[in-house]
Design a protein around this ligand. Structure first.
Ligand SMILES: [Zn+2]
Length: 188
């Protein structure tokens, strides 16, 4: 996937994730009174909360989505910065240093997009193995399909994230906690 695709994916993901984290379908914050009508105050409050979350997520997620391709200039492309050990560092970083909280989301989505949205795979276990892993769905990076694939992959990610958030565990409370759990697991 090219830079445009990664920026588009990161930006759409941040917007979608901002909405997912702000809307709680179980508590129905928009429904007011016995009439069940949507109150303006509640709607305005939710819109404000969503906007703040989108801003909070967008810069770190887009930066994370661009980061792995730094290895086009430094190291071996699709290997040096396209692997699970690098992702583990980004997951552990907030726990150890207290910053870069959402960058790992961008790095993770970059890997997925490279695997799904291009012909060439990525070396998930580099530097332990140079083997590149790919999914058979790949289309050429320059293909006219590249943007459609990017949007489709993002939509799929958001569906999965929304299902996890609403039925498995709340992503906003767990992002920091999950980082802590992983940090503990790797002995940091
Ligand atoms: Zn890449």
């Amino acid at each position: 996937m090219n830079k445009d695709g990664h920026v588009l994916n990161g930006a759409l993901l941040a917007i979608g994730l901002g909405v997912i984290l702000s809307v709680d379908p179980t508590s129905g914050p928009l429904v007011g009174g016995e009439s069940g009508a949507v109150t303006l105050d509640a709607a305005a409050g939710l819109a404000g909360e969503t906007a703040v979350t989108v801003v909070e997520l967008s810069l770190p997620v887009v930066l994370g989505a661009l980061f792995p391709d730094v290895d086009t200039a430094f190291g071996r492309h699709r290997k040096t910065l396209h692997n699970l050990p690098v992702l583990a560092i980004f997951l552990a970083f907030p726990y150890v240093f207290g910053n870069l909280q959402f960058v790992w989301i961008g790095v993770a989505t970059h890997y997925l997009l490279d695997m799904v949205g291009s012909k060439r795979g990525i070396a998930l276990f580099y530097p332990f193995s140079p083997t590149e892993y790919n999914l058979p769905t790949g289309v050429a990076t320059s293909s006219e399909w590249a943007t459609k694939v990017t949007v489709a992959v993002t939509a799929m990610e958001l569906v999965v994230l929304a299902l996890v958030h609403n039925y498995v565990f709340a992503l906003d409370t767990s992002l920091a906690q999950a980082t802590n759990v992983i940090g503990t697991a790797v002995g940091l």
